[in-house]
Ligand binder design. Structure first.
Ligand code: GLU
Length: 365
């Protein structure tokens, strides 16, 4: 049995675990997953849940003929979402925080930054973020469409090192295990190629939208960014207990590079620089020597037109010393430069963060 290390994970739980009868929520399978989450948090690890099940949970509450219409499904999701949240909340003594996202939210830079900041705050305050697609507002082309891919996006925004997909199957097999009893579980995948996609076949269960295909797509998005991905059987309490011990009871997709080097490459080489922030001696020292965030108080000057979430160079005496993603746009940064962070709100009428650039969004050059 192989082992794995992690510090911050997105745990994705599918509809077939939350509403196993495709109607109403049940905690039958959630209890063991909740146990895993509690144990992990006690070990000092951070967890974000991506939970499906709103449509399935609300199914019995809305009348429909044969196939529900989009509006009927959205109404189901509106009812089911609160039931799904309540099911999770009943299993934890800490706060559960609901986050509903659409594809739009993830593609709009300002909203993306807001999501990232909110997740950071929730984790800092020991709450458990529970994310789902905002099914009541998003239809087809506005949707990510399945929670496997949604979970991959959440892992990227949250800068998680691990994505754990809890399914109703043990992992990826070398043949369809529902048809071939001799199919063997693949414990480790080091390269996601066409052969792996072919093995994933079509959709698996009839509850929820995802099948093995979307799980492999999610793993693909993650491993490229240094995030390891596991597919495990969320119905198997033993598998979840093993997971808490750092063992891999299913399939592990190995990242092609470490999270740090993927992030580093992205920040350092991929992102286009949109402006320059000139800082004073004190800020330079704080950045280089103590690994601090960049505060507005250390900013002398702001150059260029950029939006919050875009990349800028940080310069001391015209020499670039670091590169990072700004919390504020150019005009707002210019307005708060040199100020103490407690003046941000009074000056701008809002405050995203006390930092101009958060330490986690910064590389030294
Ligand atoms: N967002 C959907 C729901 O909560 C589920 C999508 C999926 O299972 O992939 O019902």
């Amino acid at each position: 049995m192989s082992t794995f290390n992690w510090q911050r994970a997105v745990v994705k739980v599918g509809s077939s675990l939350i509403a196993p009868n495709n109607n109403q929520c049940s905690t039958e399978y959630l209890a063991a997953i909740a146990e895993f989450i509690k144990k992990s948090r006690k070990q000092g690890k951070e967890v974000i849940l991506v939970s499906s099940g709103s449509v399935a949970a609300g199914k019995g509450k809305i009348a429909f003929n044969h196939h529900p219409s989009i509006a009927e499904k959205q109404a189901m999701a509106a009812i089911g979402q609160t039931q799904m949240m309540a099911s999770w909340a009943s299993l934890f003594e800490f706060d559960c925080a609901q986050i509903l996202l659409t594809s739009d939210d993830l593609h709009n830079r300002t909203r993306y930054v807001n999501i990232k900041n909110t997740l950071r705050q929730l984790l800092k305050n020991q709450a458990l973020p529970i994310v789902n697609e905002n099914d009541t507002v998003a239809v087809n082309e506005l949707k990510v469409g399945d929670n496997d891919n949604l979970a991959a996006y959440v892992a990227l925004v949250a800068e998680a090192d691990t994505l754990i997909i809890c399914s109703d199957i043990d992992g990826l097999f070398d043949d369809n295990p529902r048809k071939n009893p001799n199919a063997k579980l693949i414990p480790e995948v080091t390269e996601i190629n066409q052969q792996i996609y072919d093995l994933a076949g079509g959709a698996g269960s009839d509850v929820g939208t995802g099948g093995m295909q979307t799980k492999v797509q999610a793993a693909h998005k993650c491993v490229k960014s240094g995030i390891q991905t596991l597919i495990v059987n969320g119905r198997d309490a033993k598998a979840l207990a093993m997971l808490a011990e750092g063992q891999v009871p299913g399939t592990r997709f190995v990242p092609s590079q470490s999270l740090d080097s993927a992030r580093d490459t992205w920040l350092r080489h991929t992102l286009k620089v949109r402006g320059v922030i000139h800082v004073d001696q004190g800020a330079k020292q704080a950045l280089l020597d103590t690994g601090a965030s960049l505060l507005p108080s250390g900013i002398i000057n702001v150059e260029g037109q950029f939006d919050s979430g875009e990349a800028v160079n940080i310069c001391f005496e015209d020499t670039p010393i670091a590169k990072g993603l700004v919390m504020y746009n150019a005009a707002d940064l210019a307005a708060i430069k040199g100020l103490n962070s407690n003046m941000i709100e009074a000056t701008l009428g809002y405050s995203f963060s006390e930092a101009a650039i958060h330490r986690d969004d910064l590389v030294l050059l």
